[in-house]
Design a protein around this ligand. Sequence first.
Ligand code: ATP
Ligand code: MG
Length: 575
Amino acid sequence: MRVSKALIPTVKETPQEAEIPSHKLMLRAGLMRKVAAGFYEYLPLGQKVILKINQIIREEMERAGAQEVLMPIMTPAELWQETGRWEKYGKELMRVQDRHERHFALGPTHEEVITDLVRRELKSYKQLPMNLFQIATKFRDEVRPRFGVMRSREFLMKDGYSFDVDDAAADKTYWIMVEAYKRIFKRCGLTFSPVEADSGLIGGSFTHEFMVLADTGEAAVAMCSACDYAANLEKAFGVPTAHAATTAGGPFQKVETPGKHTVEHVGELLKLPAQQFIKTLVFIADGKPVVVLVRGDHDVNEVKVQNYLQAAEIALASGDKVYEVTKAPVGFAGPVGLKDVRIIADKALQGGHQYVTGGLEKNIHLTNVELGRDFAEPEWGDFRNVISGDGCPKCGKPLKVGRGIEVGQTFKLGLKYSQPMHCVYLDENGKDKEAVMGCYGIGVTRTVGATIEQHNDADGIIWPIATAPYQVHLLLLNPAEPEVAKIADQYYEDLKQAGYEVLYDDRMEASAGFKFKDADLLGFPISVRVGARGLKEGLIEIKRRREKDVMKVPVADVLVKVKEVAEAEWKLCTP
Ligand code: ATP
Ligand code: MG
């Protein structure tokens, strides 16, 4: 494609609305434009990236034994009512009515629709396993659409669903899909980690999120520095670091801590480390107060607490509520003397001594507090977030907490949908049995954003070759000189002939400097720069986008050099 004929509206200024690199760069490099909050148009370069990701997904799904289908975006309310999700999904579900006032949802995901399809077509165990996927537009009316394609209201998703005869068979399919996902993201040139995630209250199910590691990610992930353990912070477990005090002291004492109500401030006053504190937090779970205790250097993990309590809703109590429950102002709550309320405590507190807690009075803390001596043994559990430096639960080496972008998720569903929707097959003995399901999503448009988030520098995008809109950017530096233009034209033909996807910057009006800047911004892996100055010496400049230096290559060697760089690039996208 010649730039002079293409719609590639690059922009020099950083768009104000964009907060993170991928959002800025997708606008600046002319990959997309905004139509409304959370709705985008993909321009030719953006669409090319999407098609390449789709192609990789298709090949790997096929390899894993899945077949492609296409389901409607408009999905009838009756299906959602069968599983209760018409209510449960809440405002995120975009609802529309047809001329007969029948209700539909614009599909945010398609478990109901596919289960309905399969229950109509599935007769015998001989048809199983069945594994179907589609690549289609999804709608979710997100509360806060933001970060461009990362959290949009309309986005492209690959969603897949598997049906198996029993649990063991479903597990086997699940792990085949996990392997396929690893291949997909590797082929996209991404550094990622499949992490164990929280699957909520559904028994017998499990799930992995595929996280592209990037500082701007919305999710926190705990990863081992030595082994392959990785888990979403919602679920991660860590072995706590040592206690500050390991033997009991004398009886507890009241100390005055006027105006100090954080671990940090009281710690400074008493000259004691955060590990020696007990934090006392009050939550309201399904309307009932629950006190949660964690060590001073730890934070409560609400998801873990919610799962333990089997609560539908949970929230931190307001100041008034805290007072009602503990009779202490916020910052001075503590377990000693606390009555008539359920207390649960994080296991990391076990084995510690001489704790500091709130004194249940304004401006009072207690020191030398002993578990089991000064207050009754609470219910123990894992209620805290892992912190960097905790031990890995698998190998003991230190964990690191970092950030990731969830580009995909695999989910063993079990009977969650096949039971209420009665998706059954006849087993070998002629008996009805429910199919065991799994579901598997990849955010295609979010993967575009995540790729840029992981691969960019101050000048622009650095595409992995597998998903780059074009592999080679050919720059004609002196378009007004016919001799130079003729040679560049020839390279354009030769490079295409050699099988490369080439964008040819043949613009008359743009300066060489402008073209260099665009090449860096667009970020194709290889650029070939044809200019009068180099040609005088019989040289062409070739630049690998991810490297700083420009290579000067004899005219005759250009194709050989391009091939060499391209091969090195493809290696980075090979599982
Ligand atoms: P998140 O926790 O980020 O909201 P999710 O867990 O709700 O995502 P899934 O239901 O697992 O998302 O959907 C599968 C994939 O679709 C996600 O892994 C993600 O890549 C993508 N996705 C989900 N919501 C959005 C969105 N609003 N915009 C873009 N992509 C999305
Ligand atoms: Mg998810």
